[in-house]
Design a protein around this ligand. Structure first.
Ligand code: ADP
Ligand code: MG
Length: 471
């Protein structure tokens, strides 16, 4: 159960007290229904901004900066409004320990290049040096704290850790849509201590995905590919209840092929998921949803570059080969099926796109999707690998919306509550109202032994001098 937290952090704010505004902010209704930074007068304030800089790195360099660039509108809006901005993010899964390869400096360097201003980082999210750096900040300046997951308190949503982070800001802005499904200290805990807002990226993501679920222009098609069904069962089940057409590709399709009575040779598929796939197929049939399964595929001797490959029907997949891409008939069927479609949601590449020979179906779909978007259809693409594929093909910017959320986008589409959104007050709430915090109460401590009461002052004691009668 959500519980209300104390209104103040147990620690002293390090600069000036966290100013809780007296002003009642104007009501600006946003699609999120949440208080956004449009309601925030950020001038002179220190903003604690949660961003999602959980980006892929290689040799200490950012491989895909989509998430960094997606955070820029909020950062710029806050700086322009005259705030100083202390940013926090996680990167990877260091599990509460310092892992040098998961430091945030490369993200700060990339952000510096994008914004053309210096973005210093701290060596640790906590500590005297960090507190000093925060205290020295002036309006218009940025600082990126070191990976918050180097502290175990982050994932545990430890109130003391959250309070330390909250002490860096006068207000809290959460723009980390990709982490909004996690009840962690820098996402949820901090909101218990500071007036809280969502940023522009969070607003945009929620708006785009809610529109898709609540009022899609029809026909509405979902295209689901990628490696495994296991992470996608829940979203597939939710989508079958929303869409008119379900197109399956990648490893995901293999499990569905098995569920519909085919054998898939050495192809990636999950035997434990076959029953779930059957259930989803049955649900689709009950609801009159068309399901498009591949009728042909590219099979390869090995899942490597330069290997032998051929196109075969999915009714006769050879026992010792791997299906690694869709075949030409399937690609043509997808293109045809999408002609009348007005809304597309795409998650997961249709083949092993990392190997160019097996990126044909993904490339063709990317082309169709960008044509659809250019002719007025809504095309939303989610998933790190899917977006990476679109970037590789140079069509990413033509889509209506690229969801940066990864797992969070999927959970949102499943219709699950997002703790990071739940803790932000609704639009128009008086700023004094602190949000409800998503936190399990701490275990009740053993009550201390009751001390003997002190003896009362003896009646014979001299009376205190009365200050008001002093000469
Ligand atoms: P996203 O990150 O867009 O959500 P996923 O992580 O679900 O996508 O899946 C991407 C991975 O799926 C890629 O690494 C790709 O190689 C793999 N994949 C796609 N099709 C197949 C297939 N037929 N066999 C094995 N792996 C596949
Ligand atoms: Mg992925």
């Amino acid at each position: 159960m959500p519980v209300r937290t104390p209104l103040r952090p147990p620690l002293k704010p390090i600069a000036r007290p966290a100013g809780i505004e007296r002003r009642i902010a104007p009501v600006i209704i946003s699609a999120t229904g949440k208080r956004t930074i449009r309601e925030l007068d950020a001038r002179g304030k220190r903003v604690f901004l949660r961003v999602d800089f959980n980006v892929p790195l290689s040799d200490g360099h950012v491989v895909d900066d989509s998430r960094i660039r997606a955070a820029v509108p909020t950062i710029e809006a806050l700086l322009k409004a005259g705030a100083s901005v202390v940013m926090a993010s996680h990167l990877g899964r260091p599990d509460g320990r310092v892992v040098d390869g998961l430091r945030l400096r490369p993200a700060a360097e990339r952000l510096s290049q994008v914004l053309k201003i210096n973005v210093p980082t701290t060596g640790d999210a906590l500590g005297v040096g960090t507190e000093d750096a925060v205290r020295r900040m002036r309006p218009g300046e940025l600082l990126l704290l070191e990976n918050v997951r180097f502290h175990a308190g982050e994932e545990k949503n430890d109130p003391a850790f959250a309070a330390r982070l909250a002490s860096y800001g006068d207000v809290f802005v959460n723009d980390a849509f990709g982490t909004a499904h996690r009840a962690h200290a820098s996402v949820v805990g901090v909101a218990g201590f500071l007036p809280s807002y969502v940023g522009l990226l969070m607003e945009r993501e929620v708006e785009a995905l809610s529109d898709l679920l609540d009022k899609p222009a029809r026909p509405f098609a979902a295209i689901v590919g990628g490696g495994k069904v296991s992470g996608k069962v829940a979203v597939l089940e939710a989508l079958v209840r929303k869409v008119d057409l379900l197109i399956l590709g990648g490893g995901v399709a293999n499990t569905f092929l098995v569920a519909s009575g085919r054998t898939v040779g050495k192809s990636l598929y999950e035997s434990k998921m076959v029953d779930d796939a059957r259930r989803i197929l049955r649900l689709a049939q009950e609801r009159g949803v068309t399901v498009l399964l591949p009728t042909d595929g590219v099979v390869a001797k090995e899942v490597t570059r330069g290997t032998e490959f051929k196109v075969v029907s999915t009714d006769k997949l050879p026992a010792s080969w791997h299906m690694v891409d869709l075949g030409p008939n399937s690609n043509a069927a997808i293109r045809d099926a999408l002609i009348p479609v007005k809304t597309i949601l795409w998650n997961g590449p249709l083949g092993v796109f990392e190997i160019p020979t097996f990126a044909v179906a993904t490339r063709e779909l990317a082309k169709v999707a960008s044509e659809k978007a250019l002719t007025g259809a809504t095309v939303v693409v989610g998933g790190g690998d899917s977006i990476a594929a679109l970037r590789q093909l140079g069509v990413a910017d033509q889509m209506t919306h690229l969801s940066t959320g990864g797992g969070a986008s999927l959970e949102f589409l499943e219709g699950r509550d997002m703790p990071g959104l739940a803790v932000i007050p609704t639009a128009g709430s008086p700023v004094e109202t602190l949000p409800i915090v998503w936190r399990t109460p701490e275990p009740v401590k053993k009550p201390k032994a009751v001390k003997k009461p002190k003896p009362v002052v003896p009646a014979t004691a001299a009376p205190e001098p009365d200050v008001t009668t002093k000469p």
